[in-house]
Design a protein around this ligand. Structure first.
Ligand code: IDP
Ligand code: MG
Length: 156
């Protein structure tokens, strides 16, 4: 079938989001939207993985603080699947800078500062593929048939 039927993205509740008990709310938003959860794990991220994840930001002044923040406690990494899930999840999480994030988005509802912005989502299909491979073994991802109300649109 067409490749978009299997579009996947990496979403991660960052350590501040876990500490603030926002994991359930995040999952609920993605479930209600109709996306399919195909992988999930809780972990305290190793700095080596974070360094690869944020390789494009390594020269930014905030980079050391970013790595400290992201490794400060457990995070919950997830892989969500569905039609246009990469673009849709960026819209759902909202602007990187919480002050700019629209109300109704995850960052717009739960975060006031760019350095504690609760959640990550991949920003492109290529980036998503790279990040999913970085955080998950392929054996940790599960394909399952959606027999529910969203099956027609997500596999049309
Ligand atoms: P994104 O998470 O919306 O994709 P990126 O520009 O890729 O945003 O930056 C990755 C992460 O780095 C942000 O989510 C945020 O945690 C952190 N970050 C980005 N810019 C700043 C900054 O100016 N100060 C502090 N942290 C920042
Ligand atoms: Mg990014």
């Amino acid at each position: 079938g067409p490749s978009w039927t299997r579009e996947r993205t990496l979403v991660a509740v960052k350590p501040d989001g876990v500490q603030r008990r926002l994991v359930g709310d995040v999952i609920q938003r993605f479930e209600r939207r109709g996306f399919t959860l195909v992988g999930m794990k809780m972990l305290q991220a190793p700095e080596s993985v974070l360094a690869e994840h944020y390789q494009d930001l390594r020269r930014k002044p905030f980079y050391p603080a970013l790595i400290r923040y992201m490794s400060s406690g457990p995070m919950v990494a997830m892989v969500w699947e569905g039609y246009n899930v990469v673009r849709a999840s960026r819209a759902m999480i909202g602007h990187t800078d919480s002050a700019e994030a629209a109300p109704g988005t995850i960052r717009g509802d739960f975060s006031v500062h760019i350095s504690r912005n609760v959640i990550h989502a991949s920003d492109s299909v290529e980036g998503a593929q790279r990040e999913i491979q970085l955080w998950f073994q392929s054996s940790e991802l599960v394909s399952w048939a959606d027999g529910g109300q969203h099956s027609s649109i997500h596999s049309a």
